[in-house]
Design a protein around this ligand. Structure first.
Ligand SMILES: C[S@@+](CC[C@H](N)C(=O)[O-])C[C@H]1O[C@@H](n2cnc3c(N)ncnc32)[C@H](O)[C@@H]1O
Length: 253
């Protein structure tokens, strides 16, 4: 059983700046932008939430598809950076006080994005239930998970004649780089899909993201080639849950 306590302000660690995590990860960032835009193409929302939005890495992109964004994060530090970065944009900032809570009225949101947050949720079910509560009927959400079932891992499990666990798996690297007690788990996409459906969040589409994250590719291929592959492969590779990050587009009801 993966440890799960009530702490949610890990990103307030003064010894660490989450922006540093992205240094040298241009490929992963661009791959996520490709996926996010692909899923949001042709859509426009009135009120959207960037849940666990951090310093607002993806908020400007979300604003291209919405009139207003509420950026929610438990970390004061991330929110302070976001306020500076997003000054002048139509963004409202809310500090999340309680674990597993989506700070919004029932059926009030047209859209919610939750990217790179589920790896801090050893039990994501209560958050999925909160997302379902806060979305209007027919509203949509993009939920990203760090996948335990990516191709390289599947080969590792196969070598040990084991199946990929259906439960979350604790991984040894802390997402924010800090040597602290931040929970960091990978999920099984099949379990997540099931959990989403149980909350009435119907999966409309799935993308496999950062498919060439392995250093063999990153060190030997130019960025244009890496991203070219991402553009064409995210949809077909999703059928096999190939990549380390899976983006779900879901609809309430
Ligand atoms: C890896 S960062 C991702 C930030 C942003 N979504 C992005 O993709 O750049 C994870 C964010 O989730 C927030 N977080 C951590 N635990 C959380 C929880 N239980 N509920 C909501 N947000 C959480 C952190 O404060 C942090 O800003």
């Amino acid at each position: 059983m993966v440890k799960d306590d009530n702490k949610i302000d890990f990103y307030d660690d003064n010894n660490h700046d989450y922006r540093d995590f992205w240094v040298g990860r241009d490929y992963e960032h661009e791959a996520e932008l490709i996926a996010f835009k692909k899923l949001l193409e042709g859509r426009h929302y009135k009120l959207a939430m960037d849940y666990g939005g951090g310093y607002g890495r993806l908020t400007p992109t979300l604003l291209e598809y919405s009139d207003q964004v509420i950026l929610v994060d438990p970390s004061k530090k991330q929110l302070a950076i976001a306020k500076e970065k997003l000054a002048g944009l139509n963004v409202k900032f809310v500090q999340q006080q309680e674990k597993d809570n989506v700070p919004a009225e029932d059926a009030s949101l047209d859209f919610l994005a939750m990217i790179r947050v589920s790896h801090h949720l050893p039990n994501p079910n209560p958050v999925f239930s909160e997302i379902a509560r806060a979305l209007k009927p027919g509203a949509e959400s993009v939920i990203e998970i760090a996948s335990e079932a990516h191709f390289v891992n599947r080969m590792r499990y196969l070598k040990q004649l084991k199946a990929v666990p259906s439960e979350p798996v604790a991984v040894g690297v802390h997402a924010n780089g800090a040597e602290d007690d931040t929970p960091f788990v990978n999920h099984n996409p099949k379990t997540i899909e099931h959990q989403l459906e149980e909350q009435g969040l119907r999966v409309l589409e799935k993308l496999s993201v950062s498919n060439l994250r392995h250093r063999v590719f990153k060190e030997n291929l130019p960025m244009s080639a890496l991203l070219g592959v991402e553009k064409v492969a995210q949809r077909p590779l999703a059928y096999a849950n190939f990549g380390p990050s899976i983006f779900f587009l879901v609809k309430k009801g």
